[in-house]
Design a protein around this ligand. Sequence first.
Ligand code: BTN
Length: 254
Amino acid sequence: MDERKRNRVPPVFFAEETGSTNTDLRAMALRGAESGTVLFARRQSAGRGRQGRCFLSPEGGLYLSYLYRPRVGAEKLWTLTGLTATVLCGTLSAMGAADCRIKWPNDVLLEERKLAGILTETVWQGEEAAVIIGIGLNVNTRSFPAELSGIATSLSLSTGRDWPTEALSEALIADLDAALIRWEEDRGYFLPRYRALWPHEGRRVLAQGREAVAMGIGDDLSLLVAYPDGSREALRFGEVTVKGLYAEGSALEG
Ligand code: BTN
């Protein structure tokens, strides 16, 4: 692991290969790493996704973990994944990929396929929270295994050109730095943008195994669904399959 010299005080570390940048950064957090410390890797041999899944992490992707220690209380930490998805869409748009969308709660889609995933994990050190925000972005990945065909995409596959992974990571880190400062002042500032990036209002979904219709995104970033019997629910966590998106029931849903 080496440190990349940048115009930024918290350090940015780079590893050619590691198991999981989230696991490494968690250990660094427990040893006292400062807020804003970043670790990114060219490859991960044991990349982790949500719901205990693996996250395929071959060379060509951007695998980045960002340590965030809230300075003003630990309210609404769960919204950091949605914030990060919104920030990532903004970074990608500024760099020329304008059509990214969000699948609740925090997958980033391009052309209705999964371009990026986010795994946020919180470590408590006494009363203090340390949040590891992990982002896996398929940048120049040229092919995916058969089980991800029709489900995953990369920037290069969607746009037909290679993308500069280092420049993307620098822009994303700067955007996250700025977004987290704003979020500390106003936990919900990004919600209008998140909602605008969420294209599934009115779509049929499977929510925890039940058929429902997606109605909207709540102020706490919950997914509001309506069931055929007229009842409604605000989902904060769990599995949601959007009908017609990906191969239905695939392992990437959630
Ligand atoms: C998901 O889609 O389920 C979330 C995937 C998160 C993957 C990133 S890659 C960088 C960081 N390190 C990990 O092991 N996971 C996250």
